[in-house]
Design a protein around this ligand. Sequence first.
Ligand SMILES: [Mn+2]
Length: 266
Amino acid sequence: MTRHVRALFLSDIHLGTRACQADHLLAFLKEYECDHLFLVGDIIDFWAMSRAVYWPASHNTIVQKVLKKARHNTKVFLIPGNHDELLREHVDSNFGDVHLVREHVHTAADGKKYLLLHGDEYDQITALHRWVSILGDISYTFLIHLNRGLSWLRRKLGVSGHWSLADYAKRNVLQAVSFISDFETAVARTAAQRGLDGVICGHIHTAAMRNIENITYINCGDWVDSCTAVVEHQDGRMELLRWEPPVAAANDEQGKVVRLHTPDAA
Ligand SMILES: [Mn+2]
């Protein structure tokens, strides 16, 4: 059954890399139709592709699905991130029906205004020390690969549910914890300075939806590890979702959408 939402927000898909969970994203996209599709950066990972290209058919299918939506009734906006910063040279132009913008203000159905940006400008590590960031990227990729092995083991043992090594590391390494909260606060304050109600971003691969200094801070997460997305319902209510892949690899088992958080829920 397809659900029709007002807007769908995705970030950090990292097409062109082995880490991209393209099949899960395709399964998720089948469940949703939307009036607006916002791609909030790091959609195609040109940065990783300069080292090695990994582009199976499923990555083409994702591009085709997006273009098909754009041709029909969906307004598609693409905000380049740091891994697809090549596209930043072309902001404010249209590629077919895809609008390329540096950032965007989205007015939700309830009148709330959200600042949409990728977020790397607020990441001091990326902004100041690109080499440190590339090293970080490589060790992060290593953690994701290691997690693949662990997930396989968990499935064999019949353990269900999502558990991420990279996520565990981020939450338990003190430096990472303060990095995430510094980033979230900096982005939320930018939205406040512009007189907006909230911000929707990506970049740090940590999905979130919460209130920071009276600003609704929303991070779409990613499709390399957490498989998370944000939707706006017809009434303007925002919701954070996670795609939960099937536990067993059996053909008849299907994944499902898990509701992570919605701010206005009773
Ligand atoms: Mn990024």
